[in-house]
Design a protein around this ligand. Structure first.
Ligand code: ARG
Length: 323
């Protein structure tokens, strides 16, 4: 008799009802472990914390610098960016999908661990999409609530090149994180009306408070509470067409981690003074993100996989909770 079988036979017998309850509990536990953000998030194994080094106004990103950045592609062509928030979920912008509702998700794919669009390497992982959860209050006129959660057909395996980002728990958490530096990244154009760039670009930006961003000479009241502006007053650093859905990520020195502060949404042309990039403010969507991730867990992974994980998880659970 193996030691595991010996432990099993010594356990009190569960009736069918208790067993079903236990199984359900374990399935939920295992699935939420797959879809909820990791304890380890926002860290980049291959690149040191941002130094004092000072898209539009950007530079090529070092390899592995933004391991949560993905390219969302339609028929293998870069369409929008997204950010890995858990092994099974990617956060992006609703406007990346809203206009394309008639295109079946089977034509889309999500590519992680990518530096040059034209040259996916050994580090690249490709996943298809099982569900697109657009924010139910998205407004395509004002761009309010421009966030969408993409559920992958199977989880990314985290490596030095593929990692999840951290997300703020709420607005207060975002404020106390006291970010020292923020960056935007993407394969979008380097000037308005320009084409995509092949290699991932990064640029440092400053967060701009809503009051300033809503001034008459800036966006004149268009910035809702669910948005955050970032860039430079001069317009020297900005995101642009093709960067949508991608991350505005900020570094917390205290925690030595990156947080996803915004999702690239819109802007008036690119790099125009006092017309900075506008991002969906992730701290305003923390609760939505949680419900979405929990609700879609079984759909994303299928009961079949759920049962397998449950069976793998049952032995330790029985040991913890004999009756
Ligand atoms: N909506 C754009 C896209 O689809 C992103 C534009 C961002 N513009 C800006 N000036 N920051 O790619």
């Amino acid at each position: 008799m193996t030691s595991l079988t010996r432990i099993y036979s010594n356990l009190p017998k569960l009736n069918e009802m208790e067993f079903k309850e236990l199984l359900l509990f374990v399935i939920t536990l295992c699935l939420s472990a797959l879809t909820s953000p990791q304890d380890s998030c926002g860290q980049r194994p291959l690149v040191a914390p941002p130094g004092m080094s000072r898209i539009v106004g950007g530079r090529e990103a070092p390899e592995g610098a933004w391991p949560w950045q993905v390219s969302i592609q339609i028929q293998s062509i870069h369409h929008c960016s997204g950010t890995i928030v858990s092994s099974l979920t990617v956060l992006t912008a609703t406007h990346c999908f809203h206009k394309f509702r008639s295109i079946s998700t089977s034509h889309f794919r999500v590519v992680a661990g990518l530096c040059a669009l034209s040259a996916p390497g050994d580090q690249t992982q490709i996943r298809s999409i099982s569900k697109v959860q657009m924010h139910e209050d998205y407004n395509d006129v004002t761009s309010d609530n421009d966030v969408t959660l993409v559920l992958l057909s199977s989880p990314f395996a985290f490596t030095d090149y593929i990692q999840p980002v951290c997300t703020p728990h709420n607005v207060t958490h975002e404020l106390i994180l006291n970010f020292s530096q923020c960056f935007i990244t993407g394969w979008g154009s380097t000037y308005y009306t320009g084409g995509q760039t092949n290699r991932l670009q990064e640029a440092e930006v400053e967060l701009i408070d809503r009051r300033t961003c809503n001034l008459m000479t800036w966006y004149n009241g268009l910035i809702t509470e669910n948005m955050i502006c970032a860039g430079l007053e001069s317009g020297a650093s900005d995101s642009c067409q093709g960067d949508s859905g991608g991350p505005l990520q900020c570094y917390s020195e205290d925690e030595d981690r990156f947080y996803l502060v915004g999702v690239t949404s819109f802007g008036y042309m690119c790099g125009v003074p006092r017309k900075p990039g506008v991002y969906a403010r992730t701290s305003r969507f923390a609760a939505w993100l949680n419900t979405c991730q929990t609700a879609s867990a079984p759909a994303a992974h299928g009961l079949h996989t759920g049962l397998i994980s449950a069976l793998l998880c049952v032995p330790p659970m029985l040991l913890l909770n004999p009756h």
